[in-house]
Design a binder for this molecule. Structure first.
Ligand SMILES: Cc1cc2nc3c(=O)[nH]c(=O)nc-3n(C[C@H](O)[C@H](O)[C@H](O)COP(=O)(O)OP(=O)(O)OC[C@H]3O[C@@H](n4cnc5c(N)ncnc54)[C@H](O)[C@@H]3O)c2cc1C
Length: 423
């Protein structure tokens, strides 16, 4: 066999995955388990960091029971039992539970562990391979890297994050617009420099300073992660400071109010983009599937994306395996992917966009919601369960509306009584 023919052969796989974050690794694991030859390319070498708060719903362990013991063994996970939410006028409410609500983790550890798992189950992982071009033809898919290497496959899975080359090259996404995108900062600083009084509580300031966005402080096992996030459209119109400056102000404020103690370290601050407009209108095409941030799979008001990257990665891998088995890699067969993710997370993600549009555009409403939740524990619990995807907003809408109305009435009565007592 000529060297050229050998190279073409070794550079061919059944499925090519671009991106080794949670979406890509999970897609690879799902494919390898079905005996499919999968190759994964990432432009970085792992362990690599990814700007992220590192908070993930605890139910991820239920959703992926096969992975739970492996993750518990390889990744320092920190359990969170309380979430303190603060309103624009600084009213607070605490959602708490005996069972953990969230886990926090460092992405540098988590992503490396998932990628290692993919490698162990048989995925051919190639690091330091930055894809610049993608060509989909009737016969196969060809991707080209910046260093000239070329790879071919029958199906391509785009798991290459918010700036997805695959989404753009295949016409499924044309870059995310400013009103569907957030700019988020994060700082991951060791707990001996920056710490929280209660290391089991997440703190989230919704509509921080009346802005269309949030501030957050997440304790991890050995670090504290904090940051601010704004819709890019709002940031460009209304904020006259760099993301790093907004971050510093938020941390100064959090320190002044006793939310964090110690010192923020500007050297640890990073800013990155986060898609907040919901899934793309189409996430599949002939021979192509998009998952994770590349497909817009992020909860639009909590900013949670790791879980959805994992879920969509698995559905993309399973759908690709079915298509190969049937010998039909057309968009019609791959549309099964969209049916699957819609059935599992479609409603939650759709509702998250509606909630975000109402809350981010209306700090007064965010304020009323948090004040109402503070006087009605059942309402607070219901909000938390909706944010965690454990209750459907649509199914519980009536309950929410009447509890919210009654709780708002109680808030007004309390405010009136307090005013009367003062005067
Ligand atoms: C500041 C911030 C805070 C956040 N906090 C949270 C949080 O607390 N909880 C949560 O759940 N989510 C959070 N998110 C969102 C979360 O980080 C993402 O939703 C998640 O990382 C998506 O995973 P992914 O696998 O789709 O993409 P990524 O994790 O972005 O992985 C994509 C991979 O593709 C690779 N890649 C990209 N382009 C190419 C290319 N051309 N060629 C080869 N490889 C390429 C990258 O190197 C990367 O490894 C946050 C986001 C930001 C910005």
């Amino acid at each position: 066999m000529s060297p050229l023919a050998r190279e073409a052969e070794t550079n061919e796989a059944d499925v090519l995955i671009i991106g080794g974050g949670p979406a890509g690794s999970m897609a690879g694991i799902a494919l390898a388990r079905r005996g499919v030859r999968a190759r994964l390319l990432d432009r970085h070498r792992f362990p690599r960091d990814k700007p992220c708060g590192g908070g993930i719903r605890w139910s991820v362990l239920r959703r992926f029971p096969d992975l739970a013991p492996y993750l518990a063994e390889t990744v320092p996970l920190h359990e969170i039992r309380r979430v303190i939410m603060e309103s624009p006028s600084r009213a607070t409410v605490c959602a708490e539970s005996e069972d953990p609500l969230y886990l926090t983790l460092r992405r540098v550890d988590f992503d490396a562990a998932l990628l290692q798992r993919a490698r162990t189950v048989g995925v051919d992982v190639i690091e330091g391979a930055r894809v610049t071009d993608v060509h989909v033809s009737p016969g196969d898919v060809l991707v080209r890297c910046i260093d000239g290497r070329e790879f071919r496959a029958r199906i391509l899975i785009g798991a290459d994050g918010v700036n997805s080359v695959v989404a753009r090259a295949t016409g499924l996404g044309d870059g995310v617009g400013d009103d569907r995108l957030a700019i988020d900062t994060m700082e991951e600083t060791p707990r001996d420099e920056l710490w929280m009084k209660d290391p089991e509580s997440l703190y989230v300031a919704y509509g921080y300073q009346g802005y269309a966005g949030y501030g957050y402080v997440f304790p991890k096992k050995h670090h504290v992660d904090a940051g601010v996030g704004f819709l890019v459209s709002f940031y460009k119109r209304k904020i006259d400071a760099s993301p790093a400056r907004c971050h510093a102000r938020f941390l100064e404020d959090a320190r002044a109010r006793g939310v964090v103690m110690g010192r923020s370290n500007p050297d640890n601050v990073k800013a990155y983009r986060l898609p907040l407009g919901g899934p793309l209108s189409r996430t599949y095409a002939d021979r192509v599937l998009l998952c994770g941030d590349a497909g817009g799979f992020v909860n639009a008001y909590t900013g949670e994306g790791i879980y959805f990257a994992m879920v969509t990665g698995v559905h993309a891998g399973e759908t690709a395996a079915i298509a190969l088995h049937r010998g039909d890699t057309s968009a019609r067969t791959l549309s099964e992917y969209e049916r699957r993710w819609r059935a599992e997370i479609g409603e939650e993600l759709g509702d998250s966009v509606r909630i975000q549009r109402r809350l981010f555009a209306n700090p007064a409403l965010a304020d009323r919601v948090i004040r109402a939740a503070a006087v009605d524990r059942k309402l607070c619990r219901l909000f938390a369960r909706i944010a965690l995807g454990e209750e459907s907003l649509r199914r519980r809408k009536l309950t929410l509306v009447w509890r919210f109305a009654l709780a708002s009435l109680r808030v007004r009565l309390r405010q009136r009584t307090a005013r009367a007592e003062r005067s």
